[in-house]
Design a protein around this ligand. Structure first.
Ligand SMILES: *Cc1c(COP(=O)(O)O)cnc(C)c1O
Length: 424
């Protein structure tokens, strides 16, 4: 498509947008600014209007029923998480038995790694991205420490000298090189800093070829890119609910365990009563009997208020469908890329500005990461004062993510106008 950096053109794209009505399903903060732009759905998704209703229903059932709400509530709390399962499975391309929603992301990563990272003999190493998200970094370090293994067993693949993106051939070469030493690959689906989206099917294939376990952190992938986890076949994955999935600050996390492990009672787990056989859970007897599938990794009974917010958002995703979301995402992000490049070419101070996210729509989701070599933080502060909510990452990157469910092409246009002013 031949884009134009004009308000009229942006409005034409909005008028033709098949998802335009979904914006009205969300509460959009304006920060008191005209033409404000919220481009941080990759960090904290916006509130679905229905979230309040769903949370209030649980508060009312709690007030009316007290403990009886576990079985008598409109959506019984005892099995509340089950209301999320089918929609979550569709969202990530999994079978219902493969997914569950509860806890937080880092908690789930630890629970899953406790089962799937079982170093043995010389097969002890973990492969991850260089400069992975800090929580993942600390989680991996502590998993090694738990097995009394040295930090040197954490092997990184990063960008080549002078580059920002990771060359996927380098990942595969490292997997082959590690071979029998590689116990587990723990990789981010979409890199939080650069927005690079990796070929998760190939990573799974290569990892399994050398006999390693493959796990993914999909914090920046779930609700952003189209996932087909069952088919790709990783052993496990987890993501958070509050970024692209709009499920309230610190909201519940989803996780995936491939069907091939669904009935394995031999796997070690850090167990809790909610992962135990539903038939005998209330016998309260010793001897853990895990539920089949992902449910067997639950520790605790459902945090219902957070799950109510998650349900509200999942219903919107289910209604819109990931295919339509992905189609708009590619157009919206391509338009943003065009507008940013147009500003940087025409602004006398635009030379130090560069998008480091991959150009190919197959290699990215919504997010674009803009490298600002010259007075980046000043520019970011000015953008904020003009009403742009974006995200600053040291040392010099602004992350922006237009979200297909609620962002408009018109906001992309205004972002360009504000960026132009902020660069002056
Ligand atoms: C956001 C994010 C987290 C955050 O973890 P929480 O346990 O939800 O606080 C972890 N890892 C990655 C890659 C993230 O993007």
């Amino acid at each position: 498509m031949n884009f134009e950096n004009s308000l009229q053109f942006a409005r034409q794209l909005d008028a033709k947008d098949p998802l335009k009505a979904y914006r009205d399903a969300f509460l959009i903060p304006t920060y008191g600014k005209e033409n404000s732009v919220y481009f941080t759905g990759n960090s904290l998704g916006l509130q679905p209007k229905s979230a309040r209703k769903y949370i209030l229903e649980e508060l009312e059932d709690w007030a009316r029923l007290g403990v009886e709400g576990h079985f008598q509530a409109k959506r019984p709390w005892y099995s509340y998480h089950e209301a999320l399962t089918v929609k979550t499975a569709r969202l990530v391309g999994a079978k219902p038995i493969e997914v569950c929603t509860t806890h937080s992301l880092t908690t789930n990563l630890h629970l899953l790694m406790s089962s799937f990272y079982r170093p043995q003999g010389k097969r002890t190493k973990i492969l991850c991205e260089a400069k992975t998200f800090p929580s993942d970094q600390y989680a991996l370090e502590s998993q090694l420490a738990m097995h009394s293994l040295p930090l040197s067993d954490l092997v990184y693949v990063g960008p080549r000298q002078g580059e920002h993106l990771i060359c996927e051939e380098d990942i595969y070469a490292k997997i082959e090189e590690l071979g029998d030493d590689l116990a587990m690959i723990m990789w981010g689906g979409v890199n939080y800093y650069t927005g690079q989206y990796f070929d998760l099917q190939q990573i799974t294939l290569k990892g399994h070829e050398v006999g390693a376990i493959v796990g993914f952190d999909l914090a920046h992938a779930a609700g952003n890119v189209t996932l087909t986890l069952h088919e790709w076949g990783p052993d496990f994955a987890a993501w958070c609910g509050y970024k692209y999935l709009n499920s309230s600050p610190g909201g519940v996390s989803g996780f995936f365990v491939h069907e091939r492990h669904a009935h394995r009672k031999d796997l070690f787990r850090l167990a809790g009563w909610w992962g135990h056989n539903k038939e005998t859970r209330f016998h309260m007897e010793p001897g853990f009997d895990p539920l089949p599938g992902a449910e067997g990794w639950q520790l605790s009974n459902a945090p219902v208020l957070g799950m109510a917010a998650h349900l509200a958002s999942l219903e919107i995703f289910d209604d819109a469908g990931m295919d339509r979301i992905a189609h708009k995402r590619d157009l919206l992000t391509a338009y943003l890329e065009y507008v940013i490049n147009d500003v940087s070419h025409n602004n006398p101070h635009g030379a130090g500005l560069k998008i480091i996210t991959p150009k190919s729509p197959k290699k990215r989701g919504s997010q674009l990461s803009i490298l600002l070599l010259d007075r980046g933080e000043d520019c970011f502060k000015r953008l904020t004062s003009l009403g742009v909510i974006a995200d600053w990452r040291e040392p010099n990157v602004i992350r922006v993510a237009p979200v297909p469910l609620y962002n408009r092409f018109e906001e992309v246009f205004w972002f360009g106008q504000h960026l132009n002013e902020a660069l002056q």
